[in-house]
Design a protein around this ligand. Structure first.
Ligand code: PMP
Length: 357
């Protein structure tokens, strides 16, 4: 029996996608082989990666002056690749809204001056800080949705001519975004896009820097290398790209990102409404900073939290333990979590509250 998996990532994939992948596992089309076994240089595979890029461009409405790259190394590799490629003058601004944003900020310090323009560390990253206008910098980095703390930017910072760079690992494809407002977008695939092992980068043409021949920046870490080679400088994560393509087709079939947003708002509301009315459980984030994807909540009692997590698991609601830095619980409800999963969680919380009051 399949469970409702509230993991922060790797996370649930749409059942229809898994079924389609299972159907095509032994033989993709009439190729006589599975996608995993195909040469990345084959005609069949080229058609898959091309269709994946075309679908991503369609679903996210990506303007023509942006390149789409299918890379590896996780979002964590981007913490280094971004400053290596974008810090031309040697200075970048960061909004420190959680652990991942902090990692991006710290990694950039290896390559130049990283300036923390705002932080919400004073209250365990439970809100999005107010920002001053961006200063003179090569780029301005935000983590749009903070997976661990359950906050998201409801409004984008004004950065003028400074390119806005966003880690969208835990919110990409969850709602429409205006790509043209960003210089670079990156995301690990393992939450809303597909299996781990794939990292998607969407980069505006003018930010793809040309390095001199004798540059010390490794070839694999230059965006230009991947732009020039259609993400095939080396072997790309072929199967993960194939699954992303299926996920994108699934999103299109559901009505695209506007429909995803409406569904995600409905799902999150079911959980937040219950938390706001509960005497036992409390959401750790308030108001417009609340994430649609990651919903942390606590009882304030570690023993009760542990009991909840254990009993939830017995009821088919798994991976709901919160991150150790927040404690309590966290329900990650990415696109693939059906509304029934959110309803099942709330009815279990109600029952637990009654039984343990
Ligand atoms: N950024 C965010 C917002 C994340 O949630 C995560 C992973 N959970 C990362 C970065 C790191 O991603 P990866 O494991 O792909 O390096």
């Amino acid at each position: 029996m399949r469970v409702y998996n509230f993991s922060a990532g790797p996370a649930m994939l749409p059942e229809d996608v898994l079924k389609k992948a299972a159907e095509e596992m032994l033989e993709y089309g009439s190729s006589g082989q599975s996608v995993m076994e195909m040469s990345h240089r084959s005609k069949e595979y080229q058609a898959i990666i091309d269709a994946c890029e075309a679908s991503l461009r369609e679903v996210m409405n990506i303007p023509d002056n942006y390149k789409v790259l299918f890379l590896q190394g996780g979002a964590s590799m981007q913490f280094a690749m971004i400053p290596m490629n974008l810090m031309v003058k040697g200075k970048a601004d960061f909004v420190v809204t959680g652990q991942w944003a902090t990692k991006a900020y710290k990694e950039a310090q290896k390559f130049g001056t990283a300036n923390a323009v705002a932080s919400s560390k004073d209250k365990t990253f439970s809100y999005i800080p107010q920002l001053d206008e961006s200063k003179y910098a090569d780029y301005f980095h935000i983590c749009l949705n903070n997976t661990i703390y359950g906050t998201k930017f409801s409004k984008l910072p004004e950065t003028g001519n400074v390119p806005l760079v966003a880690d969208m690992s835990s919110c990409i494809l969850s709602e429409p975004i205006d790509v043209s407002k960003f210089g670079l977008i990156y995301a690990g695939a393992q939450k809303n896009m597909g299996p781990a092992g794939l990292t998607v980068v969407i980069i505006r043409d003018d930010l793809v820097r040309e390095f001199p021949e004798d540059s010390k920046v490794p070839t694999m870490l230059q965006y230009k290398t991947h732009v020039d080679n259609g993400s095939m400088f080396n072997t790309p994560p072929t199967y993960a790209i194939y699954i992303l393509r299926l996920v994108l087709e699934w999103i299109k079939g559901k009505g695209g990102l506007q429909a995803m947003k409406e569904l995600n708002e409905k799902k999150a509301k079911i959980i937040y409404d219950f938390l706001d009315g509960s005497k036992m459980f409390n959401a750790t984030v308030q108001g417009e900073d609340r994430s649609l994807m990651n919903i942390p909540f606590v009882t304030g009692n570690d023993e009760l939290d542990a009991k909840f997590v254990a009993e939830a698991k017995k009821n088919g609601l798994v991976n709901i333990k919160g991150h150790r830095s927040v404690g309590g619980m966290r329900a990650s409800v990415y696109n693939a979590m059906p509304i029934e999963g959110c309803e099942a969680l709330v009815s279990f919380m109600k029952k637990f509250e009654e039984e343990n009051a």
